[in-house]
Design a protein around this ligand. Sequence first.
Ligand code: ZN
Length: 209
Amino acid sequence: MKRKNKVLIMIILMFVAMVALKFTQSEESPDDWWLILVNEKHSVPKNYSPELTQLSNGIYIDSRIYPDLQKMFDDARSDGIYPVVSEGYRTYKQQKQMMTDKINSFINEGYSEKEAKKYAKDWVAEAGRSEHELGIALDINADPSYSSDDEVYNWLAVNACKYGFILRYPPNKEDITGIDYEPWHYRYVGTDTALEIYSRQITLEEYLS
Ligand SMILES: [Zn+2]
């Protein structure tokens, strides 16, 4: 092969590799990952796979929210409040299993398969439609040796926005979020967005619309 052709092939290969890399990156981690909307109507982006950090209790979260979470928990503790993360990142497969388990528990209670599927949806998000699959949604409860859940929820309700977290499913917003009030479920949206959502008392759906 002529030297000129070799150089040409090299250039073409490099170009293909660059395009492929760009494509993978944009699919796996959108630039505004902290604003990705996931609910009944919006699925987790295809091939979404955040880099994860494992907490001391074994739960995984998106590494990018770890510094803000750490700071929030440190400040809570200095106020005498002891939160723990009880749920973090879940894979599609784990979410699917949660749904199967919930359906089976209703069937075991005597409901028909059709009824069980219907009721399970009130409790568990379908696979691909749970914010937990993003790794930036956390269920936060109390370390029972030191705090009550209510103490933790009350502290978070007022303070979480300063660290970029919002109460994702507030009371009286079920018609917008599609989910009942969950005082333990917090979602990272970045500090600017969290402060705005908190001060306007709106949901992520309303903020993005
Ligand atoms: Zn949750």
